[in-house]
Design a protein around this ligand. Structure first.
Ligand code: FES
Length: 356
């Protein structure tokens, strides 16, 4: 009895790269034709292009060698170079040589490759068809079968008591995000439209809580940050009520008389002794404007470089802020201290606060 080798039950594992399947040798079969011809339509043109490409590649080679030679030959910071100006000249020379040789090498290589592709390779458009995105019917059947099996094994379909109590258990968790919405706090209502400034409320220095008389800010170009007296521990109030006082020289201040929707928002009448008060909160997204250029009268916001013209109603002259810094009306108390004549007549802070 002849013994046959046992046939493997499944696919056979192959270690390494499988050898190509043996092809049936058919002596009569036509040799396989390429999909397109590699021969150029104009042989002379192709020959010229070939020479040009070769010349560019040789140029790229020479420039590449020049780059290496420049790197090795043109030393920078060597002990033979005297300190001082010559060092700079050596760096310039080296950079020039390295940059030029590398640029020529890359340019020649790129140009040669482009000419190669455009003039030597066949001009053929090839479209690769997309394969079907839909799974094969047998795969979909297998998925349905596996899903049904999994559901049966998990007992979800067989034990309605467990299924229903599980749904019951997860219901409150599904509602939890709605409950957490409450933590966003109450709506601001109209809070963002007002600050604690009111008529007669004195301005005190941020650091020492010292009330100020006009004589305390006598130097033109001075800028000082003040807060409403008595609110130094009220962070909510201070978040909106920070104010900068700026002193101008005679004739430097030109606050325009402006109205917004019928409300007066800026005027020279709200200044005292060439001292003007503006909100310290940037009208872009609310950073404190902290920098003041005395010579140009520019107030700068450090966050996104919005720039306001302090001499001209704090109008925006640069940057993303969309409106001027609100002006605070000033008055003098009976003792001669600087105080607010009222609250701001427009919302301070980012423009979106106006909608609060
Ligand atoms: S917050 Fe002032 S420029 Fe953006």
């Amino acid at each position: 009895m002849i013994q046959t080798p046992e046939e493997p039950l499944g696919p056979r594992r192959v270690i390494g790269t499988p050898s190509p399947a043996p092809r049936a040798v058919d002596a009569q079969a036509e040799p396989e034709q390429p999909a397109f011809s590699a021969d150029p339509p104009n042989v002379q043109h192709a020959k010229n292009a070939e020479r040009l490409v070769a010349a560019l590649f040789v140029l790229a080679f020479l420039a590449g060698c020049g780059f290496i030679a420049a790197y090795i030959g043109l030393e920078v910071g060597s002990s033979t170079i005297p300190k001082g100006g010559n060092d700079v000249v050596a760096v310039l020379r080296s950079n020039m040589a390295l940059g030029t040789s590398l640029a020529v090498a890359l340019l020649a290589l790129g140009t040669g490759s482009m000419i190669w592709v455009r003039h030597l390779t066949p001009d053929i458009e090839i479209a690769e068809e997309r394969h079907e995105l839909e799974s094969a019917p047998e795969d979909r059947r297998a998925f349905k079968r596996d899903f049904a099996e999994g559901a049966a094994i998990s007992q979800v379909t067989r034990r309605p008591l467990v299924r229903r109590t599980m749904l019951l258990a997860t219901a409150p968790l599904a509602l939890a995000p709605l409950v957490l919405l409450r933590d966003l706090g109450p709506l601001p209502q109209t809070d963002l439209r007002h600050t604690v400034w009111k008529k007669g409320l004195r301005a005190v220095t941020l650091g020492g809580l010292r009330p100020l008389r006009p004589a305390d800010i006598s130097t033109p170009g001075s800028m000082i940050t003040v807060i409403p007296e008595g609110y130094q521990d009220n962070d909510n109030a201070l978040a909106k009520a920070g104010v900068i006082l700026i002193k101008f020289g005679p004739g430097e201040l030109h606050i325009p008389t402006n109205y917004n929707g019928g409300t007066l928002v800026s005027t020279m009448n709200w200044t005292i002794d060439n001292i003007v008060a503006y909100s310290k909160i940037c009208t872009h997204v609310g950073c404190p404007v902290a920098l003041y250029e005395q010579t140009t009268h520019h107030i700068l916001c450090p966050c996104h470089q919005s720039t306001f013209d302090a001499a001209n109603g704090a109008n925006v002259i640069f940057g993303p802020a969309a409106r001027a810094l609100p002006q605070l009306p000033l008055m003098l108390t009976s003792e001669g201290y600087i105080a607010a004549a009222s609250d701001f007549t427009q919302p301070v802070g980012p423009s979106f606060w106006e909608r609060g």
